[in-house]
Structure formats: structure tokens, C-alpha cells
Write a protein that binds this ligand. Structure first.
Ligand code: FES
Length: 89
């Protein structure tokens, strides 16, 4: 288990689930559309830790958004503890 912190709330999540799946499992339904990294609707800013897309490409983020620290929770897996900037629904 790893810790996902978002909007000053901490959740113990399984590292083999995407951040989207993990938060859904906690009863938090995030904004989403494609669930495959293409649209960018689910974007959040990663403020702590690291994620891995496990070979998938975050097409929904342009280079500027990636540099600003945005990630796509629908295809992102945590590498250790992670923090997201805020909770949007
Ligand atoms: S829901 Fe479309 S990129 Fe995440």
C-alpha cells in the first residue's frame, strides 16, 4: 500500500491500480471522459512523489502541461507515496 494525498485527505491505495481507480475505490468520482489518457479531462497536478504510465502515453497533456506537473490519473500508477494538488469533481 502507498499513500495518496489529495485536498488534505490521505488514502491508503494499492500501487497496482491507477490513481483514478484507487480514488474511485475510495468513493471519490473524479472528472473523467476517455479513461485512456487521450482527452486530458482528468488532469491533476502532481505535487509530491512520482508516477509511472507503464508504457502508455499521456496524449491528453501537451508539453507545457507536463512541464507544469500535470498528470493523467486515469493511466497513472503511483511509485511510492504521491500527492495531488486538489480534489475536483
Ligand atoms: S479521462 Fe481522458 S485522459 Fe484521463
Amino acid at each position: 500500500m502507498v499513500t495518496l494525498t489529495i485536498a488534505q485527505q490521505a488514502f491508503e491505495i494499492e500501487p497496482d491500480k491507477t490513481l483514478y481507480e484507487a480514488l474511485l475505490g475510495q468513493g471519490l468520482a473524479l472528472r473523467k471522459a476517455c479513461i485512456n489518457g487521450a482527452c486530458g479531462v482528468c488532469r491533476y497536478r502532481l505535487v509530491a512523489g512520482h508516477i509511472d504510465y507503464r508504457g502508455r502515453t499521456p496524449y491528453g497533456l501537451d508539453e507545457a502541461a507536463r512541464r507544469e506537473g500535470f498528470i493523467l490519473p486515469c493511466i497513472a500508477y503511483p511509485i511510492g507515496d504521491v500527492g495531488l494538488s486538489e480534489l475536483r469533481r
